[in-house]
Design a protein around this ligand. Sequence first.
Ligand code: AMP
Ligand code: MG
Length: 327
Amino acid sequence: MTGKIVDVNCKEEDRAKAEKGADIIRKGGTVVFPTETVYGLGADAGNDGACSKIYKIKSRQQDNPLIVHLADKESVGKYAHIENVRKYKELEKLWPGPLTIVMPKRETVGNVASAGLDTVGIRIPDCNFTRAFIRMSGTGIAAPSANRSGKPSATMAEHIMDELDGVDLIYRAERSRIGIESTVIFPEGDSCKILRPGAYTEEDLLKIFHQVTYSGKDDPVRSPGMKYRHYSPDKTVLRADAQSLLDYLKEHRDVLPIVTTETAKFIEGDKIVLGSLSNPYEISSSLYDSLRKLDASNYSKGIIESLPERGFFISVMNRIKKASVEL
Ligand code: AMP
Ligand code: MG
């Protein structure tokens, strides 16, 4: 691990600490920062050389675009053609928050950050410290999740310290509150397409759009990023509903269960507890850490409990499915 670690708190704008990272960004370096979704690995969105470092550190495919993180609504128009997005005024109200809007880009976004596309995904994260850091850097910060490509996203600074080399600074805060990546949408007039489900759900978006669809396998690849494998631990993870999982455990002892608090009560041996079904963010915020714990364990495989596919759990299940195979 390289990179200096600075402890921060998302509730507070500590200007002295924020200036350290801002200075690195202005000089073309890379900074890891906390957000409410996952940790980001950021660089100046307008500096191709700086953004190239991100791809190298993550071993990320060059054609997978980065999300540009901004501090304030006032600066969005500098990076994207918001005037071409009919529902922009309503969408903007969801920021700061776990929403990335894909819009036609302006030339302020470098070609490396946008992976040569004519669109840019923009997000204003809900972490006061991080917004102060972005504001002081004086530029948009292009950032993917702070993990090696293909691994579950980092939701704790410890995940990054184990995994990434060559970062100039790491801001360490608490575990990410939501713990899965932002909802990515592509608005088209009165309709919108969900490119990646997240904490803002189809129901939330239906308050703004007449029609909301999910990008399917048959769609043209709007963003090359959508074709890559994501969110997977190294070990095999099976997936089953609570009852089938408990039945399977009666016959098999060589598998580590990853379950809700409700199901954990019925399991005596080793297990990883995600959290309670009555507290969805408890589950989502511990998901990636749980997958990483499985990789670090002595077990050669895991079995994870399927969640009821309603509302926000649709988004959590989207990540669980990518990381597992059905029993
Ligand atoms: P990550 O790979 O963790 O950075 O997640 C970023 C996600 O946002 C990926 O799924 C990207 O494909 C998507 N994304 C970023 N920029 C764009 C864009 N301009 N168009 C479509 N999707 C995008
Ligand atoms: Mg990622």
